[in-house]
Write a protein that binds this ligand. Structure first.
Ligand code: ADP
Ligand code: LRH
Length: 473
């Protein structure tokens, strides 16, 4: 049995999980969970990266204390949300607080870059969907980028603080808009066009590569044994989440359902058609050279930011109670397009949803449960549309939809999704990302063997899923 730790940083919360893995066993225990609360400064919206690092160290300390007897922690893997980065100066010091992808400074950046480089041409090189906050657009408006010694994506930044080793894990690099989708290497001409050094990002590394041991200060801080190493995983959380999908064969679609909902299929090779580009489908790099052909759907952000809005005005809203009341709202209510970019920035989402509904001539929900139901109906419709498009655009037949992440706790959403898709929804694991993270480490350290299907077989024999049949089938 091998003991491993997964650090999984989502946009709304982070966790450090302890895993015990063998060929027949996969146990996951949460040792530390913490909020990920961004901070608005006069110059924009930032991640509280030092707070996050403090929580990572505290979580690893908890992991060290949770290990008993002769057990040793072999390895640690870190994943986080994509696209964001920290800049370092020549001495390795962080140049300012990393920006949050929801910060508004990139508005207009894409249009300017597209006028210069061409939107189709960019897609043809990178295969990446257009999101206004892709790293390439952030770097284009970042005055420090041209002079910085190095840029590190968020999981790579935390990895470098733990180990002193700098690298860029390739699944996350594929979300920057600066990686060539065919070669899997950095697209040097794009760096040149942006006036960036070609070696701005540290060299690429792959999931399963051993990064190195922990620095002495980290050992002091956490009480971990010096034999522990950090191992690269699918450091883009969605790459790890898709490893953690307990699919039986390739005829599946996934909804990685958290702050965002990432909806698509897993392929062996990118699809770079004009139809796919026009539908804003992306080809993100997965573990073992797989491709995640998917589209971002705005996700449970719509719900969490609505609740945050209500909480600013009164006593805290209770999510399970709201969902129970939303289940009693009759079907057939109003729906809106969750992917309207107006919903991206933080702030009063109920007001923006009402504006969008009004503008489309739809009835505006009058109560909180009605609004929650409207959000969930709209998400389920968007999931169904996107699953259908993913299958059509890729030619991949889909028999089942796996819904993983925090959204798998939302029974109403799972039921509505099964009904809208007309397909069974298999919900869970909730912690698919942490499971995908530990499985890649476990394989790298010899605790399990085989391809992604062998890893998923272990998931299928150890993790509970809940099946939702579509109504009327
Ligand atoms: P991320 O990794 O992006 O931070 P998670 O996968 O942790 O997101 O999912 C967070 C979401 O899970 C929340 O926004 C919430 O909608 C949903 N969630 C969490 N707990 C529950 C619950 N008990 N019931 C229903 N939904 C839940
Ligand atoms: C989900 C996610 C998603 C990205 C977004 C920035 O957490 O990594 O895959 O598009 O965050």
């Amino acid at each position: 049995m091998t003991t491993l730790a997964a650090v999984d940083l989502g946009a709304s919360s982070g966790r450090v999980m302890l895993a015990r893995v063998s060929a027949q066993r996969l146990d996951l225990t949460e040792v530390h969970r913490f909020g990920n609360v961004p901070v608005r400064l006069p110059d924009g919206l930032h991640w509280d990266v030092l707070r996050l690092y403090r929580d990572v160290l505290d979580g690893l300390g908890q992991a060290a204390r949770a290990i008993t007897g002769g057990e040793v922690l072999s390895s640690i893997g870190i994943d986080s949300w994509a696209v964001d980065y920290g800049l370092l100066d020549g001495s390795g010091a962080l140049l300012g607080n990393p920006y949050h992808y929801r910060d508004g400074r990139t508005s207009g950046a894409a249009a300017e870059l597209h006028a210069e480089l061409g939107e189709r041409e960019l897609y043809d090189v990178t295969g990446l969907q257009f999101l206004p906050f892709n790293t390439i657009y952030q770097l284009a408006v970042d005055p420090a980028a041209a002079t910085a010694a190095q840029a590190l994506l968020m999981p790579d930044l935390l990895t470098s603080w733990l180990t002193g080793v700098r690298g860029t894990e390739v699944t996350n690099a594929s979300t920057t808009g600066l990686l060539d989708v065919r070669s899997g290497e950095w697209a040097a001409p794009l760096f040149d066009a942006l006036g960036l050094r070609r070696d701005l990002f540290a060299p690429l590394r792959r999931p399963g590569d051993v990064v190195g041991p922990l620095l002495p200060d980290v050992l002091d801080d956490t009480g971990l044994d010096p034999s522990a190493v950090v191992t690269a995983v699918g450091s883009h959380d969605t790459a790890s989440a898709v490893v953690g999908v307990p699919a039986a064969d390739e005829r599946f679609a996934y909804i990685s359902c958290g702050t965002w909902s990432l909806v698509g299929v897993e392929l062996d090779a990118p699809v770079l058609t004009e139809a796919g580009r026009a539908a804003n489908f992306t080809n993100e790099g997965g573990v073992d050279g797989t491709v995640r052909y998917l589209r971002n759907v705005m996700g449970l952000w719509l719900l969490s930011e609505s609740i945050a809005t209500w909480n600013r005005a009164g006593p805290p809203a209770d999510l399970p109670a709201l969902l129970a009341a939303a289940a009693d709202v009759p079907p057939g209510g109003p729906v809106f397009d969750p992917d309207d970019p107006v919903f991206l920035p933080p702030g009063d989402l109920p007001a923006r949803i009402a504006d969008v509904l009004r503008a489309g001539g739809s009835r505006v929900p009058q109560t909180r449960p009605e609004l929650v139901r409207c959000i969930l109906d709209s998400l389920a419709a968007a999931y169904a549309r996107t699953v259908r498009q993913a299958a059509e655009l890729s030619g991949r037949a889909v028999d089942v939809v796996h819904l993983v992440g925090g959204g798998a706790r939302n029974e109403l959403l799972c039921r509505l999704t099964a009904d809208a898709c007309g397909l069974p929804v298999l919900a869970g694991p909730v912690e698919a990302t942490a499971l995908g993270n530990v499985l890649v480490q476990a394989r790298a350290h010899g605790a399990v063997a085989g391809d992604l299907w062998a890893l998923r077989e272990l998931l299928r024999s150890t993790q509970a899923v809940h099946r939702y049949e579509p109504a009327g089938v």
